[in-house]
Design a protein around this ligand. Structure first.
Ligand SMILES: Cc1cc2nc3c(=O)[nH]c(=O)nc-3n(C[C@H](O)[C@H](O)[C@H](O)COP(=O)(O)OP(=O)(O)OC[C@H]3O[C@@H](n4cnc5c(N)ncnc54)[C@H](O)[C@@H]3O)c2cc1C
Length: 712
């Protein structure tokens, strides 16, 4: 029997063991936690270090490289013009310039360059230069004339444009754009463009989103058409004089670069396909200017013309021109909603309608459900049950908030179930107030052709029942990077109009694309291209038999042969439609990191499907619309991916680029100025290789960056 002493000893040992076990356990726990913490710190340090290395090794484009002139903002363009190099008249005759595109940018550039004395070769896909997509522009063109005496000025147009673009545009370019805006109006009036006039005969103006003044010049709902007819007249004059050689129904399929005596590659021509005969042809010039429009049709359904494409941009990109801000695409809030699966195009209702139309959805979910079921019409909902959500959320700008804000607000209402058509994806644009206030005749005078177009498409009278609208892809602010001279990173290759990365930043205010296209073509390029061409006067015309031309033609022919040989099971459109859905779902109005990563995988799969299973009927060496579409789709797939890659890297919301992870508690876009105040440029690194990011910092000297506020 154990003695009391032994019992105590045993109990003490047990207790000591228990304590020791506990202590040991705790020690292990503490050690493990310490290890975890250390690992976490290490990972964080490693990530930060990797990011720092990435940051430090990301190439930068400096203002000098972008050729931004020094000096005060308002003197930069004047100083540039005073000091640039010129080409004398005799030498101009010895120089050839290729202009691809006959939209407002291309036609105005071709006409102006020819008028100056250069020999111009002008190309377009359509059967007439007048059929370029620019003809579709409805609403108007901005200029800082201040005819309304409502306080407008060059500075205000500059400021509204910079702010509207969410402070992601170059100050110097935007100021120049505002400065030349007034010259554009004078030029067009001199050409006979029939801008709308007030009763007294002066030019009339209306308001567009993002501005508190009326500065938009217009020609009913056909402003683009009238402006294009003006540019076309100027172009026709030069065609008649033999200074422009016009190539309609020709599609550029590649750019030809030839090294100079120092080995630097310069754009010296293009390879184009005659769309009627299918023949591949070669063309030489001392410089190439591309005004090929935007790439909104990547989404299949967009407001763009059917032939609008991004192929010319991709050809430039593959030759070393940088693609800037590809993810910046504009969603327009007032389009006629999609109505079925067999639709190939979306129709825009001009933003000018927001001057007098009021946007609303029902306040009550049950009313929305009855509208969706077709049991009631918009006019049946009493005033007190209508939610004029833009006027409610943004009292200062109301229905005239910028497009990105209006589009997101419509999506927000529809996502919550308040949509008003059978798909639940539409809101009302209502003119009943305007009709009461102004009378039906005045409304018809202002917007008659738009109302008629709506009625033809929707089969409903918008004077009696509110129109239905929904956001759709409309314009691409991203595009080929150009310096202040509109020259790409490839010498002798210039890019103008919607095809370049433009002066609009992350969002384009309405009526500013026509302004930019015509500014580029009539007033900027004719100066800046001389700075380049003045060094080329000694360069003789080159033979298109040079090996560089032959090689480029072979690359084009091989691509066509490869496509024709696939003989798969899917039409071009069916694959394009699938791409469009992916773009809309994953790279559309609301983007997330997770969604974008998935989108990229899906686009890669589409690429594989396209290159193994597309079917192109007919022959390559004759008229073949399916082949044309296939060549463009091959590039849309690449652009779609580039858009997703860019959207993924830009961890902020700005303008048309909305990353759902970056929003304010009220759902507004949240920029990260400390990290992303730069132009994101992408460099082609080879087929199926990830592109390299290059940044052009936007260090503002003259403008204070503010949170965009349209509330008060
Ligand atoms: C429905 C609609 C309404 C609009 N309304 C307005 C408005 O009211 N105000 C405003 O400011 N903006 C508006 N916009 C935007 C504006 O119309 C365009 O941004 C602008 O017209 C583009 O002009 P562009 O000259 O750059 O290109 P486009 O007009 O698109 O011209 C491109 C030209 O390039 C040619 N081309 C393309 N690729 C090739 C190739 N590979 N080879 C040969 N030729 C080629 C085409 O044939 C065409 O001639 C609107 C846009 C749409 C879709």
């Amino acid at each position: 029997m154990a003695t009391k002493k032994e019992e105590i000893k045993e109990a003490a040992v047990k207790a000591a063991k228990k304590v020791a076990t506990k202590v040991a356990k705790k020690a292990v726990e503490v050690a493990e936690a310490a290890l975890d913490a250390a690992a976490e710190v290490t990972t964080k340090v490693q990530t930060a270090a990797a990011e720092a290395v990435k940051e430090a090794t990301t190439p930068i484009i400096t203002p000098e490289m972008a050729k931004i002139p020094a000096g005060p903002l308002e003197l930069k363009w004047t100083n540039y013009k005073n000091h640039q190099k010129l080409v004398n008249p005799a030498n101009k005759r010895r120089l050839d310039v290729i202009v691809v595109g006959t939209g407002l940018a291309g036609a105005s550039a071709a006409a102006s360059l020819a008028e100056m004395g250069f020999n111009v070769l002008n190309f377009c896909i359509q059967d007439s230069p007048r059929r370029a997509h620019s003809i579709a522009a409805q609403g108007g063109i901005n200029a800082a004339k201040n005819y309304q005496n409502d306080g407008d000025s060059v500075y205000r147009l500059y400021y509204d444009t910079i702010k509207g673009g969410d402070y992601r545009a170059r100050e110097a370019n935007v100021y120049r754009l505002a400065e030349v805006s007034n010259n554009i109006i004078d030029q067009c009036v001199a050409q006979g463009v029939p801008f709308a006039r007030e009763y007294g005969g002066l030019l009339d103006n209306r308001s567009f989103g993002g501005a508190q003044v009326s500065r938009t010049f217009y020609a009913k709902g056909q402003t683009g058409q009238q402006l294009l007819l003006g540019a076309y007249s100027a172009l026709s004059r030069q065609i008649g004089k033999g200074k422009v050689k016009m190539y309609t129904r020709y599609e550029m399929l590649d750019i030809v670069l030839i090294p100079d005596e120092n080995g630097e590659k310069r754009a010296r021509g293009i390879i184009a396909r005659n769309l009627v005969t299918g023949r591949i042809e070669r063309f030489f010039a001392h410089a190439v200017v591309v005004g090929s429009g935007g790439y909104g049709n990547t989404f299949f359904l967009s407001t763009n013309a059917m032939a609008s494409n991004g192929s010319a941009a991709m050809q430039m990109y593959r030759h070393g021109a940088l693609f800037a801000n590809p993810c910046y695409a504009q969603i327009h809030p007032t389009c006629i909603p999609k109505h079925g699966d067999f639709q190939s195009k979306l129709t825009l209702m001009s933003e000018s309608l927001r001057n007098d139309g009021r946007i609303w959805v029902p306040k009550k979910l049950e009313d929305a459900k009855r509208l969706q079921a077709g049991e009631i019409k918009g006019r049946d909902i009493p005033e007190e049950d209508r939610d004029y959500y833009l006027e409610r959320r943004y009292p200062a700008f109301g229905n005239l908030v910028p497009r990105d804000v209006a589009s997101r607000a419509a999506k927000e209402r529809c996502d919550k179930g308040y949509g008003v058509n059978n798909t639940g994806l539409a809101v009302f644009l209502d003119f009943s107030d305007a009709i009461q206030r102004l009378g039906k005749d005045v409304v018809a005078q202002k917007y008659g052709n738009l109302f008629q177009m709506y009625e033809k498409i929707v089969d409903e009278n918008p004077y009696e029942n509110p129109m239905m609208i929904f956001p759709a892809i409309h314009y691409t602010m991203g595009g080929i990077w150009v310096d202040y001279e509109l020259q790409t990173t490839v010498k002798g290759l210039f890019c103008i109009g919607e095809a370049n990365f433009s002066d609009h930043g992350a969002n384009r205010l309405g009526a500013s694309a026509l302004m930019q296209g015509l500014a580029d073509g009539y007033f900027v390029l004719p100066y800046t291209i001389q700075n380049y061409l003045s060094d080329q006067i000694g360069v003789p015309r080159m033979s298109t038999d040079l090996p560089e031309f032959a090689e480029a033609e072979k690359t084009v022919q091989d691509k066509i042969d490869r496509l024709m040989a696939i003989k798969g099971n899917r039409s071009v459109d069916s694959i394009h439609k699938e791409l469009g859905l992916i773009m809309w779902d994953f790279v559309g109005m609301g983007r997330t990191a997770e969604g974008l990563k998935e989108g990229i995988k899906k686009i890669d799969a589409i690429k594989k499907e396209f290159w193994t299973n597309v079917y192109i009927p007919g022959e390559a060496n004759s008229l073949n619309n399916e082949l044309e579409k296939a060549l463009r789709l091959a590039d849309f797939i690449e652009i779609g991916r580039l858009m997703a890659v860019d959207a993924l890297h830009r961890e902020e919301s700005c303008g048309g680029h909305f990353r759902e992870e970056y929003q304010t508690p009220e759902g507004e876009a949240l920029r990260q100025d400390d990290k992303f105040a730069y132009v994101g440029c992408w460099k082609y690194m080879g087929e199926d290789k990830e592109p390299q990011l290059i940044k052009e910092p936007l260090d503002y000297e003259f403008t204070e960056r503010k949170t965009r506020n349209y509330k008060n």
